[in-house]
Design a protein around this ligand. Structure first.
Ligand code: NAD
Length: 306
């Protein structure tokens, strides 16, 4: 297969000074993209800042013959990061929303500050960068965006209520942006990575930590932002050189009464509950109108049947 390249494309990778973002930036830079290496350079709980993280990655890309500039803004001021791309390279084609922090605590111990900072970096950060790039994407009828979620958000994880909420929120953001971007050839997808980084060094078992290299996930994300990538609105889980898709499914449902003229009561709900939540034949919902049409159809079938 011909090498998939990014010549002529400008990519912004947030949080690219370390971990996964660094692997994404290095790979894109090695394949011809001009890269904005954004990183605030703080601690893993979001405290502090430094230019060292982003500078080191820019140097590595340049040393290998690539083109990159550093950006030290917080994603909370995402418009400044997009401005760095436009000022330096005159365009933006690819945005990987990767920056992230952790403030893990069991739910009762989460302070308002822990909550707000996690939402700010993950959710508001992705909103600010993506919205700032959106007009350009629409005008040029081209854009590739990746959000970064987590299995902790999709499935829950003890001690990560603030993080889980933000990470699932990003899936909601992707869902709607993939619809709004469709007619402009703007594709928005979500990566769910599991990799060795400073965020996971005390979570992953040591024998797995060494094997879970961010380099094994970078090609997946790079393909997701390539012009040939066919899909939008997908949640792609990747680790250890493996990729799979996760999506929500909706059950077939069931009437909550025996005939249309009966009232729905708490008791009738209890009586029909097992059928209502039975997931046999559950399907993925492609678009919201499918839910409405499905409900109208079911109502008609129910009326006719009894
Ligand atoms: P990491 O700490 O190595 O990288 C995150 C980078 O984001 C850091 O370099 C940090 O300085 C930067 N950053 C933090 N706040 C920022 C801000 N406000 N503005 C700009 N940059 C900021 O961690 P990682 O594991 O590489 O995480 C990357 C992303 O992947 C995060 O969104 C994380 O939540 C997500 N994730 C990681 C894993 C995993 O297994 N490593 C699992 C699920 C999700």
């Amino acid at each position: 297969m011909d090498q998939l390249r990014f010549d002529g494309r400008v990519a912004v990778v947030t949080g690219a000074g370390g971990g996964l973002g660094k692997a994404y930036a290095l790979l894109l830079g090695s394949r011809g993209a001009k890269v904005v290496v954004n990183d605030l350079g703080g601690a893993r709980d979001g405290a502090g800042k430094s230019a060292n993280f982003a500078d080191a990655v820019v140097k590595e890309i340049q040393d290998k013959g690539g083109v990159a500039v550093a950006d030290y803004n917080s994603v909370v001021e995402g418009e400044k990061i997009i401005k760095t791309a436009l000022d330096n390279f005159g365009q933006i084609d690819i945005l990987i929303n990767n920056a992230g922090i952790l403030r893990d605590r069991s739910f009762a111990k989460i302070s308002e500050q822990d909550w707000d900072l996690i939402q700010a970096v993950h959710m508001k950060g992705a909103f600010k960068t993506t919205q700032a790039a959106w007009e350009t994407f629409k005008k040029q009828k081209y854009g590739r965006v990746v959000m970064t979620s987590s299995n902790a958000g999709l499935f829950g994880n003890f001690g990560q209520a603030n993080y889980s909420a933000a990470k699932m929120g990003l899936v909601g953001l992707m869902n709607t942006l993939s619809i709004e971007g469709a007619k402009y050839n703007v594709k928005v997808n979500t990566i769910v990575p599991t990799a060795a980084s400073r965020l996971t060094e005390d979570i992953l078992p040591p024998e797995m930590f060494d094997a879970m290299k961010p380099d094994l996930i970078a090609p997946v994300v790079a393909y997701m932002v390539h012009e040939s990538f066919p899909d939008s609105g997908n949640i792609i889980d990747s680790t250890l050189g493996f990729a799979t898709k996760t999506h929500l499914v909706r059950g077939d449902g069931a009437p909550l009464r025996s005939k249309p003229s009966d009232p729905v009561t708490i008791e009738s709900v209890k009586q029909h509950w097992a059928d209502a939540v039975n997931m046999t034949g559950a399907k993925h919902v492609e678009k919201l109108t499918d839910v409405t049409l499905d409900l109208v159809q079911k109502l008609q079938d129910f009326d006719e049947r009894v």
